[in-house]
Design a protein around this ligand. Structure first.
Ligand SMILES: [Fe+2]
Length: 297
């Protein structure tokens, strides 16, 4: 080595070689690949020192702004489409199965159990929306007793975890599908909202001319013993931003019509005392064994 100058390629190779002795084969593969791609990125763009410093600054700011209520790292992952990419890699699904999408940063475990058809709104939150359907397997057979963990925002655009005025369990709840596989709950019509954009991710969006909006949607996690846990959304077909979701989470199969219903409609649920909407959404789960490797959370 003495007398020879170290090239960029030598640096990359030396760092990769430093992991050769890693006893965990998967960790070795992941880190060597990460180094290879990270170095290739720096070489490709000719990363300048001040740009490197700016990147470190953004990561530092991301750490500082992140706490148990604000997860800026997931926001980077979402805004760069990595969350959707990881989801796509983890969830290869057979035809007919309900597609998954991002969990998002506003899920809070521990939602209260609510009865069939009950409201998730603990106070005025928008136009009532009756959400109903069946939980099925890919052969169309009913799955009894599945749990639906649902959360959404209100007409002030906020999720309860973002809103200091809201009761802790506002606009969220856990529902159990009946023996006939049917579930129902009274939601409100969701509205588009911006991902948090007062931090480093917002800085990136502003600097690049991207907007921070997400189309209106209701979140759900569906769990049933013996079936792959499904994390998904119902998107409102009439919403703005379906074609430019800030986190790339829209899948056409998840878009549903919110049907306008009359206050005189005999099917009007208790709690929908004026204009209301209904949306029908069957959920099709895949058996654990058929789903292949992936997350189960
Ligand atoms: Fe959301």
């Amino acid at each position: 080595m003495r007398g020879t100058r170290m090239t960029a390629a030598d640096i990359t190779e030396a760092v990769q070689r430093s992991f050769d002795g890693c006893p965990d084969a998967r960790l070795r593969t992941v880190l060597q690949s990460l180094v290879r791609h990270l170095h290739a990125f720096a070489v490709e763009v000719g990363l300048a020192e001040d740009e490197w410093r700016e990147g470190i600054g953004a990561l530092t700011a991301t750490g500082h702004i992140t706490d148990e209520r604000r997860q800026e790292f997931i926001l980077w992952s979402d805004a760069f489409g990595v969350s959707m990419l990881v989801d796509a890699l983890a969830n290869p699904l057979p035809p007919g199965a309900t597609e998954s999408t991002v969990l998002g940063p506003f899920y809070a475990p521990g939602s209260p159990a609510r009865g069939y058809g009950e409201s998730i709104a603990e106070g005025q939150a928008g136009t009532p929306a009756w959400v109903h359907g069946r939980v099925l397997d890919v052969d169309g057979r009913v799955i009894a007793g599945a749990e639906l963990d649902v959360w959404q925002n209100g007409d002030n655009r906020l999720y309860a975890v973002q809103d200091p005025e809201a009761p802790e369990h506002h606009l969220r709840g856990r529902f159990q599908a009946r023996e006939d596989g049917r579930y129902a709950f009274l939601a409100v019509r969701p509205v588009p909202y911006t991902i948090p954009h007062d931090g480093p991710v917002g800085g990136m969006l502003a600097a690049t001319g991207r907007h921070p909006w997400r189309p209106a949607h209701i979140h759900m996690i569906v769990r049933a013993p013996g079936y792959r846990t499904l994390t998904t959304h119902i998107f409102d077909a009439a919403s703005e931003y379906l074609d430019s979701d800030a986190v790339f989470a829209v899948k056409p199969s998840l878009v549903r019509e919110f049907v306008r219903r009359s206050p005189d409609d005999p099917e009007r649920p208790a709690g929908a005392d004026r204009e209301w909407y209904s949306v029908e959404n069957d959920l099709v789960l895949v058996p654990d064994a058929a789903a292949g490797p992936g997350r189960t959370a």
